[in-house]
Design a binder for this molecule. Structure first.
Ligand code: FES
Length: 135
């Protein structure tokens, strides 16, 4: 793996992840200022027609599709985060923010890679972009 860090140590480029080559800049877009998301104040952003919940937890930033697989309610940004575990505020299903896997309940959250660049949060948007046409 080849990683490029900026002078603050934030990752700005990665050549390989999970055995594949990543085109770091092609699909990354700015979603918020870093200061807009804190441990006590997650953010919900509308991004290419999808609601994305952005969290700061365990010294990292996480972005997940803001749609709980239980009843398909867009309320995860109001959930409780403990470590990197997110608990839905509606009925208590919980998810690993890193993998999106459900820890209790079923289903999986769509997760997105988030990077810090020049005090902004950038999110990788997977191709094809029409994957989330259900919104
Ligand atoms: S809608 Fe999230 S647990 Fe029910």
């Amino acid at each position: 793996m080849f990683i490029v860090l900026d002078k603050r140590g934030a990752e700005v480029q990665r050549s390989v992840e999970n055995g594949r080559t990543m085109k770091m800049d092609k699909n990354f877009e700015r979603i918020a200022a870093q200061e807009d998301v804190t441990r006590s104040r997650p953010l919900c952003v509308r991004f290419h027609g999808s609601d994305i919940a952005v969290f700061q937890a365990s010294d990292k930033f996480y972005a997940v599709e803001n749609l709980c697989p239980h009843q398909h309610i867009s309320s995860l940004h109001k959930g409780i985060v403990d470590g990197n575990i997110l608990t839905c505020p509606m009925h208590g299903w919980s998810f690993d923010l890193q993998s999106g896997c459900a820890l209790n309940g079923n289903g999986r959250l769509q997760t997105f890679l988030v990077e810090i660049r020049e005090n902004d949060l950038w999110m990788e948007w997977p191709e094809p972009r029409n994957k989330f046409s259900h919104f």
